[in-house]
Design a binder for this molecule. Structure first.
Ligand SMILES: Cc1ncc(COP(=O)(O)O)c(C=O)c1O
Length: 412
């Protein structure tokens, strides 16, 4: 009897595989992320498993990154085939997957003779936008004094020094001063405020169609058209950050396409490689002439394996069927979210988003809600101060989304 008790006590206190790994992570990884205490070891479709064998419904998909879910067979096949064929040769040479991807992205971007530049992340894609805008103004339009870029309060554009400065949120910038010059901030949705910031020094306006990290906040109706007109009037470039919204997530290949405008250039990353690191900057040919040979580059940019995965991802993620399905599932998320709001008035403040990018703002304790969701087997994350973000993979079924919202309600 005593022996049995001792054995069960030691079983309770023996460190699990997760305990050991998390302990090691705490000693060896830079402590720059607020990581949840789970070690994920496997993924399939909309599910992931942790090191203890526990299954989670993943409605955040690597923060809007695994568009087709975990280990989608078509993407695995494309990446595997490329892995066995050619990994890397540098951008001194052409490779097939990069050309195939560029053909698809530029066709979807439209305009005449658009161009693609490949890199490895969202921040790097936005760096390309910033460099493009400045160099276009200085070298092509002949406006040497035009260097400043207008961005929006609550935005998020990345963590490099330039993109963190473009990110108009002091909490991301504090301690990294001196920040690079050339960025000014306007309140999101306030066209009059933007007009007041435009001057002889302005080069471009950079905006997310839906602020993702800022709390899933869509640009108000008509705002992007207003910015387009302002840019046309003053000779500025309109740059759209589609890193989180791109590749079909909102029901169109790119979210700006809901607004009936054509930007001068866009950035992509996240979903583009379904989780393999790849970013892109797409622009019209005339603007792209600002970055001729030798002015910009990236060793790994458009790596053949990531580009092959991206081609397979693009073909499925932006098919008419997938776009329609993302629109319908977005409507379902809004219906379920608003029903929940009606059941929990005050606790649920607002539901926002489009397609498979959805946020529920709660009155308080959003981080605790996210943690309880995880304990209840649901993965979501915090965006802004009080918004729980859902960015499911497009293969997530309506039944899984409904299950997720039920689990969220239990976690409130
Ligand atoms: C809209 C937007 N732009 C840029 C970035 C930065 O992307 P990355 O982390 O790949 O550099 C993010 C990342 O969350 C983002 O949401």
């Amino acid at each position: 009897m005593i022996e049995a008790k001792a054995a069960s006590e030691s079983a309770v206190s023996a460190p699990t595989k997760t305990d050991r790994l998390v302990d090691s992570a705490k000693h060896h990884l830079l402590q720059n992320y607020k990581q949840q205490p789970v070690v994920l070891v496997k993924g399939e479709g909309a599910y992931v498993w942790d090191a203890e064998g526990r299954r989670y419904l993943d409605l955040i998909s690597g923060i809007a990154t695994c568009a087709l879910g975990h280990c989608h067979p078509a993407v695995v096949e494309a990446a595997k085939k490329q892995l066995e064929t050619l990994w890397h040769v540098s951008n001194v040479f052409y490779t097939e997957p990069q050309i195939q991807l560029a053909e698809r992205l530029t066709k979807a971007f439209g305009g005449t003779d658009s161009r693609a530049f490949f890199c490895n992340s969202g921040a790097e894609a936005n760096e390309a936008l910033i460099k493009l805008a400045r160099r276009w103004q200085h070298e092509i339009a002949g406006n040497k004094e035009r260097s400043e870029i207008i961005t929006f309060e609550g935005s998020f554009h990345g963590r490099t020094l330039a993109t963190v400065t473009a990110t108009a949120q002091p909490k991301y910038q504090a301690g990294f001063e001196p920040l690079p010059k050339g960025f000014v901030y306007a309140p999101m949705g306030d066209l009059e405020a933007v007009k007041k910031l435009v001057g002889p020094q302005t080069a471009a306006i950079l905006i997310e169609p839906i602020q993702g990290e800022g709390g899933v906040r869509p640009a108000p109706e008509g705002f992007l058209q207003g910015l387009r007109e302002l840019c046309d009037e003053h000779g500025l470039l309109l740059l759209i950050d589609e890193v989180q919204t791109g590749i079909g997530r909102t029901g169109k290949p790119f979210a700006y396409q809901h607004h009936g405008i054509q930007p001068d250039a866009i950035s992509l990353a996240k979903s583009l490689g379904n989780g393999l690191p790849i970013g892109a900057m797409i622009c019209g040919d005339a603007v792209g002439k600002a970055l001729p040979s030798g002015t910009h580059g990236s060793t790994f940019g458009g790596n053949p394996v990531a580009a092959a995965a991206a081609v397979a991802t693009w073909d499925l993620a932006t098919s008419p069927q997938m776009l329609a399905s993302n629109t319908e599932k977005g409507a379902l998320l809004h219906r379920l979210g608003n029903e929940l709001k009606a059941r929990k008035p005050g606790r649920v403040v607002e539901c926002r988003g489009r397609g498979m990018l959805f946020g529920i703002e709660v009155d308080t304790g959003a981080a605790d809600v996210v943690a309880r969701c995880r304990q209840n087997g649901l993965l979501v994350n915090l965006a802004g101060e009080r918004t729980v973000r859902f960015a499911p993979s497009y293969v997530t079924t309506e039944a899984q989304l409904t299950e997720g919202l039920t689990s969220f309600e239990r976690s409130l």
